[in-house]
Every structure is written in structure tokens, then in C-alpha cells.
Design a protein around this ligand. Structure first.
Ligand SMILES: [Zn+2]
Length: 483
């Protein structure tokens, strides 16, 4: 296979892995900076020195460029751009729709991308806008699928990407994913999500991305097309997106906007440069504001922040601490928080592909109660078989005359002493008990009692939590006594 993907570590639905394109290899999650040959605030070779392993440029721009068309056709993109990493091209579908250039057809764009030496080639798909109705979205998806099939007859050596469309309708996205799998493509961009991100519609973003990702072949590399703000990389990675692209680093720089992992700030309003990158540590904020090189320096900062966030996410996936990064980032905007909560509401689906053991579980408030580790533990603890009588010790008071004694740790629930050192009980840090975590833990207890129908339970509970206990175990009064 010319384009292949190998996952190395997993966390939630995220993976770190190796994207192999021909003989070239890039680490994922991967950020592709977008290059406009006419406006290079940072050159591709400078990017390579910053650690960029792959980039994306636009076939339409090269095709229409007086300055670059001929040289790209003669020398190829790598020589023209001075970059020997992986180069992907976008078809120009967006420009075609804006300029109404019907002459730039599907066949023409894929042949042109091939001719200029692109290594990941995108057909002329239709980016269905969020306001398209169901029937319209379905028809546009059909057209996209026809174009992928047509492009496959021209690019038949595995360099073709197969975009997943379907508008805001999860069932169409799921259908698109199944059909994309059938094409055999291994690089799958999830398209037309930019308007959702621009309008902070993160809840719908999560719905459509999960619908697609759930059906896409697990060995395919997934590109979230147009996702360029570092504040949302962690959320997207958690959904299983492996590749992002950033035009934002340059677009924001031109608008004087300074990216951070918790949103963007206006340079003009800053008194300090709160960042560890080279630019921020070698300039004062006044020097940066007055610099004739301001746009370029801001672009370098923006790209550095984005690349650092990708590295942070890769490390978090290796450690199994990605939920913590998602939690941190998604609190920077209420609408991102909505997206995060939507993701958490799908934990029972996410848990199937999440890893069993992680480095640690840090409790970060009530959202933590919905995490996959908690959902998994509530099922996993059912494997521990109690005797005819079982005591659940929520406090230090232990009944001496039961067959079995188990402890309680919120938000997980019961655990026998032999599980005290294993994940997550032994590797979880929780602050003083709060209502959400105790309720979540008692949901685990409830399942345990319901599951073990032959056992009679006694529970010792701190006074403070007795009413929560009774409320959580409502309907099971004949199965336990509180002592
Ligand atoms: Zn900086």
C-alpha cells in the first residue's frame, strides 16, 4: 500500500502512529501547515527546521498561477517549495465553488495534482454546507462518491484520498464512511466541518465526526479537514482524528491575532507574551507590535503553539492522559465545553476502543464521572464475585461477619483489596468527595448489587452521604442494610 497507517498507542479513540506515504514517514497526530506559494510568511524549509514533517497546498492556486504553474509542472512541488517531506494537495473544490470555475473539473484537478508530484491527492468533492437539507446533502454525497470513483480510475496507485461528506446528518456521514471504506482508500479526510468550527458548533461537530469515525476502517488515517486551531486539537484527536491542517497560523497572523491553546488574543491588547517559543522569548510585546516583520513573527509563534500542542497530545496519548488535556482545553470556551460534554455522553461507545490501563486518572470535576475509565470500571468490577454476604465499606467501619468485604472509591464504586493497586483504583487521585463523584460511584455500587442477585449486602456509609446512598439505591431496599 502506498499510503498506510500504523497505530502505536491508543487513548480514548485517539492514536499515535506512523503515516507512511511511499518511503516517507510522519508521526501522528500530525499537523499539515497550509502553504500558499504566493504568500509564504514562513518558508517550507524553515518549517522543516521547526519540525514540520508534512504540508498541504492548493492545486487550484498552482493551476491558475502565472508564477508557479509552469515550474510546478516541470520541477514538481517538492523542488518548487523546497520541501522534501510529505506534500498533500487540496483539489480546489472550495475555490471552484467560490469562483464558479466549472472548467476546473474533477478529472483536471486529479491529473494536475499527479502532474505536480502531490503525494496525497484529493478529488473534487462537494463540501456540503451545514444549512443544506437532508435531500440536498444526500444528493451532494452521491456526487462526491461518483467523483471519488472517477478519480480512482485516474489515480489507481493508492495516492488518492477519499473524503467523507454528508453535511450535518450523522446517518449520511456514517453511510459516506462505509462507502469510502469500499473504495479501499486509506487516507480519509472528513470534509465540510469548517463552517461548524467557525460558528462554534462543536456539539454538531462531535456528532458528525463520531458518526463517520465509528464506521471508517480503523486502519485508515483520518484527516479533519480545515481544523487549525490548537484549542480544539485535543477534542478532535480524542474522536480519532489523526491529521489536522492549519491555514489559521498565517490567517490569524495577518489579522494580528496571537494563538494560544485556550483561544486567540489580539496582539494589540497584549501587555505580555505568555509563551515559551523563540519569538516570544526574544521579543518584548512592544517590539513585536512595532516590528516590520510582525506578521511573519506572529505566524511563527502561531505555528509553534500549534506544533507544541500536537506534541503534547501525542505524549498524552502515550501516557493515557488525553481526557485531562481535552478537559483543560474545552473549558476555554462554553461552546467547546458543549462539544466535550457531547463526547462524554458517548462514552459507552468510546469505551470499546479505549485502552484498559492508563498512567493515571485525575479527577477534574463532575465531567470526569462520565469518562470512559469510569464506565469501563462499572462493568469490569462485576467480574469480582462476592460471597453470600458482602460488606461495602464506604468508611472505615468494617463488618467482621460477612463472607466478603469490599471498599468504596468514587467515582468508580466497589473494589476488593486485591484491586487496590491496579488501574484505575490505585492510580486515581480524587479530592475530598463531592456529590457528582459519590453519585457516580454509587451507580457502580447499584450495578454490582443488581448483578449479584444471590448476595445480601451491608453498607457502612459516612453520615454526610447516607441520603445520597438511599437515593442512588432506590428500589433495592430489600437487598442491603445500612449499618
Ligand atoms: Zn510564542
Amino acid at each position: 500500500m502506498v499510503i498506510s497507517f500504523e497505530a502505536l498507542h491508543k487513548d480514548i479513540w485517539a492514536r499515535t502512529g506512523r503515516l507512511k506515504v511511499g518511503e516517507k514517514i510522519a508521526r501522528t497526530p500530525l499537523l499539515l501547515p497550509v502553504i500558499n506559494p504566493h504568500i509564504q510568511l514562513i518558508t517550507p524549509s524553515e518549517m522543516q527546521q521547526m519540525g514540520v514533517e508534512a504540508l498541504i497546498t492548493n492545486a487550484y492556486i498552482f493551476s491558475k498561477s502565472v508564477e508557479f504553474r509552469k515550474s510546478a509542472l516541470e520541477k514538481g512541488l517538492h523542488e518548487v517549495l523546497g520541501f522534501d517531506g510529505i506534500i498533500m494537495t487540496d483539489s480546489g473544490a472550495f475555490q471552484q465553488s467560490v469562483y464558479g470555475d466549472v472548467a476546473f473539473s474533477n478529472t483536471e484537478t486529479v491529473e494536475f495534482q499527479r502532474a505536480i508530484g502531490s503525494e496525497i491527492i484529493v478529488p473534487m468533492d462537494i463540501a456540503t454546507p451545514p444549512d443544506r437539507d437532508y435531500e440536498g446533502a444526500r444528493e451532494e454525497l452521491s456526487t462526491t462518491m461518483e467523483r471519488i470513483t472517477e478519480a480512482m480510475t485516474i489515480i489507481d496507485d493508492g495516492h488518492l484520498a477519499a473524503p467523507v461528506q454528508g453535511g450535518i446528518f450523522p446517518d449520511l456521514r456514517a453511510d459516506a464512511a462505509v462507502r469510502v471504506n469500499e473504495t479501499g482508500a486509506t487516507f480519509c479526510p472528513i470534509g465540510a466541518v469548517v463552517p461548524l468550527m467557525e460558528n462554534y458548533r462543536y456539539k454538531e461537530l462531535v456528532q458528525v465526526v463520531l458518526a463517520a469515525k465509528q464506521r471508517l476502517n480503523p486502519s485508515s488515517c483520518i484527516h479533519l479537514f480545515g481544523a487549525g486551531h490548537p484549542a480544539m486539537f485535543a477534542l478532535a484527536a480524542a474522536m480519532g482524528c489523526d491529521v489536522f491542517d492549519s491555514a489559521a497560523y498565517a490567517l490569524y497572523a495577518r489579522e494580528g491575532r496571537y494563538m494560544t491553546t485556550s483561544g486567540s488574543l489580539k496582539l494589540n491588547e497584549l501587555q505580555e507574551l505568555p509563551c515559551a517559543c523563540q519569538v516570544c522569548r526574544t521579543h518584548t510585546v512592544e517590539e513585536l507590535k512595532k516590528s516590520p516583520d510582525k506578521e511573519r513573527l506572529l505566524a511563527m509563534h502561531n505555528l509553534s503553539v500549534s506544533l507544541a500542542e500536537i506534541a503534547r497530545i501525542r505524549q498524552a496519548i502515550i501516557d493515557g492522559t488525553l481526557w485531562e488535556v481535552v478537559d483543560e482545553r474545552c473549558r476555554s470556551h462554553p461552546r467547546l465545553l458543549e462539544g466535550y460534554r457531547e463526547l462524554l455522553s458517548r462514552s459507552s461507545d468510546l469505551v470499546e476502543r479505549d485502552r484498559v490501563s492508563k498512567r493515571r486518572f485525575f479527577y477534574r470535576g463532575d465531567e470526569s464521572c462520565m469518562r470512559t475509565e469510569v464506565i469501563r470500571y462499572h462493568s469490569a468490577c462485576l467480574r469480582f464475585v462476592p460471597g453470600a454476604t458482602c460488606h461495602i465499606a464506604m468508611n472505615e467501619m468494617v463488618s467482621g461477619d460477612t463472607d466478603t468485604v469490599v471498599q468504596f472509591k468514587p467515582p468508580f464504586g466497589i473494589y476488593p483489596s486485591e484491586m487496590a493497586e491496579t488501574f484505575p483504583i490505585g492510580q486515581s487521585e480524587i479530592p475530598a468527595w463531592d456529590e457528582p463523584m459519590v453519585k457516580a460511584g454509587l451507580q457502580g455500587v447499584r450495578r454490582y448489587i443488581e448483578y449479584n442477585t444471590e448476595t445480601q449486602f451491608s453498607i457502612s456509609c459516612p453520615q454526610r452521604w447516607i441520603s445520597t446512598l438511599h437515593e442512588s439505591l432506590k428500589g433495592l431496599e430489600d437487598r442491603y442494610v445500612c449499618i
